[in-house]
Ligand binder design. Sequence first.
Ligand code: SAM
Length: 244
Amino acid sequence: MKFNVLTLFPEMFSSLNESIIGRSKEKGLIDINLINIRDFSKNKHKKVDDTPYGGGAGMVMEPTVVYDAFKSIKDKKTKVIYLSPQGKTLNQQKVQDLAKEESITLLCGHYEGIDQRVIDTIVDEEISIGDYVLTGGELPAMVLIDSVSRYIEGVLKEESIKEESFTNGLLEYPQYTRPEMFLDKRVPEILLSGNHQKIDEWRRNQSIINTYIKRPDLLKEINLSEKEQKMLEEYKNLKEGGSK
Ligand code: SAM
């Protein structure tokens, strides 16, 4: 998978040289091509922004420099995404869909944003990472690269992504590792039993309970078996003194 990133601050992306993403780059599973928009400024001071027409606060990134930077990308086909608080919020389904693309170009805005005319010319889709405003699109671009890369073959073991939060509509079950006893807390007995069928059942139930506690909205979309519904009702009765 190739990621082209159009940015005024390519140095910010050095954190993607670490850990799983860094190793995947080294293995050639992902390629991150950083394009410094400022390199395409024809201004002698390398200026890339100007005051907004109509007045108002802040500066707007000029269309020509962004367009010239975009035109330097030679990929035959690339999906162009503008990271913007006005876009659709990124979620797991979108992440998995984007992982099927061969090339993605991420446009990072700064200041008040980018001249609308170049957005209308080159952008296929606007994506937000949440309903709040950041100073620039670099962190959102890194969030997108990190989340999408996890779904590229070879980046992670298949089991790691099969059972985690959101993949099956539920949040993941709690995880434990050594030591068996931490402070006064023991690892749940079932996880030491070696009975994988029972462990799977326990994990599924914990997953349902975890989702009920933290994200009950997600449960509305899930078909629970009769046994699971009963288990959840029992949990609610125990914790909340429910009437049923
Ligand atoms: N004036 C713009 C508005 O009100 O919609 C906000 C501009 S913001 C200060 C500067 C840049 O940060 C944007 O062009 C975008 O690239 C990026 N950005 C800010 N918040 C974001 C978010 N929640 N998701 C994705 N990108 C964001």
